[in-house]
Design a binder for this molecule. Structure first.
Ligand code: PEP
Ligand code: MN
Length: 270
C-alpha cells in the first residue's frame, strides 16, 4: 500500500491514543452506551449501568444517520448536554458521531472523542475538518470499503494534523443476510500488520443480533483487538434506534466479565 505516510507501521512502534483517562492501544478498552441519546433519564441510567458493569467509556449518538428521514434523527445539542452530564456523574469520557463539517468544532467542545460513522468514512470534507480538530477520532470502516480505502481515510485525518485516530471494524456488506453485516475479524490482525494505530471492533453493528455479540466480542479480543464498542439500553424494547441489537445492562455485564477474563489470560496475567 503506497502513500500511507503517516498511518503505515514502520517498525514495532504502536501508538497509544489517550482519551481522558482511557488509553487505546494499552490494555483493552470497552465502550458502551445507547445507540441514541433519547432522554436524560435513559442516558444517565444506562451510563451508570455500564459504568457499574466495567465499561471504560460511554457512547451515544445525538445526530443519527438513519436510513429513513422519518426515523428519529437525534437530540443534537440537548443530547450533548445530557452526555456531558453522564460524564460528570460517572467519570466516563464519551464518544459521539459527527455527521456534518459545520458541527465539528462545537461538538468537539463537548465530546471527548469524535466518531466518523460507516456512512461517512469517505466524506473527505468531514475527514479534513476533523483532521483540524484537537479531539481524538474513532474512524469506523465504511460498509463497502476495503482496508486500503479505510487506511487512506485515516491518512486524510492525520495529514491535517490530528494524529489521534482509532480504527473501528463494524462489519461490511456481503451476500449474507442472517447477520446485519459481516464482522470482518481478519481486518484486526491485518491492520496490526499495516498500521501502528489502535484497532477496536463493534460487534453490535457487525452482527445486528444480540445473540451473537458475546461470541464476536470474545473473538475480537482473541484476534488482537484493542477494544470493543457495543450498544446497551436500559430497556432495549423501547430503544428509538437499533433496538434489535441492544444489550441489556445484565447481558453487557456478563460479556465484560468474560472478555476481561480472556484479555487477562491473553496478556499472560492470572
Ligand atoms: C453508530 O455507532 O451509532 C453507528 C451509526 O454505527 P455505523 O456508522 O457503524 O453504522
Ligand atoms: Mn446503532
Amino acid at each position: 500500500m503506497n502513500n500511507l505516510k503517516l498511518v503505515a507501521r514502520a517498525n514495532d512502534h504502536r501508538t497509544t491514543i489517550i482519551v481522558g483517562n482511557v488509553r487505546f492501544g494499552d490494555g483493552f478498552v470497552i465502550i458502551a452506551g445507547p445507540c441514541s441519546v433519547e432522554s436524560e433519564e435513559q442516558t444517565l441510567e444506562t451510563a451508570c449501568a455500564v459504568k457499574a458493569a466495567g465499561a471504560d467509556m460511554l457512547r451515544g449518538g445525538v445526530f443519527k444517520p438513519r436510513t429513513s428521514p422519518y426515523s428519529f434523527q437525534g437530540l443534537g445539542l440537548n443530547g450533548l448536554k445530557i452526555l456531558a452530564k453522564a460524564r460528570e456523574l460517572t467519570g466516563l469520557p464519551f464518544v459521539t458521531e459527527v455527521l456534518d463539517t459545520r458541527d465539528v468544532s462545537w461538538v468537539a467542545e463537548f465530546a471527548d472523542m469524535l466518531q466518523i460513522g460507516a456512512r461517512n468514512m469517505q466524506n473527505f470534507s468531514l475527514l479534513k475538518e476533523i483532521g483540524k480538530s484537537y479531539r481524538p477520532v474513532l474512524l469506523k470502516r465504511g460498509m463497502f470499503s476495503t482496508i486500503e480505502e479505510w487506511l487512506n481515510c485515516a491518512e486524510y485525518i492525520m495529514n491535517e494534523g490530528n494524529s489521534s485516530v482509532v480504527l473501528c471494524e463494524r462489519g461490511i456488506r456481503t451476500f449474507e443476510t442472517y447477520t446485519r453485516n459481516t464482522l470482518d475479524l481478519s481486518a484486526v490482525p491485518a491492520l496490526k500488520e499495516l498500521t501502528h494505530l489502535p484497532v477496536i471492533t463493534d460487534p453490535t453493528h457487525g452482527t445486528g443480533r444480540v445473540s451473537l455479540i458475546q461470541s464476536m466480542s470474545l473473538a475480537s479480543a482473541a484476534a488482537g483487538s484493542d477494544g470493543l464498542m457495543v450498544e446497551v439500553h436500559r430497556n432495549p424494547k423501547e430503544a428509538m434506534s437499533d433496538k434489535d441489537q441492544a444489550l441489556t445492562p445484565e447481558q453487557f455485564s456478563s460479556i465484560v466479565h468474560k472478555v476481561r477474563s480472556l484479555t487477562t489470560y491473553l496478556s499472560g496475567g492470572s
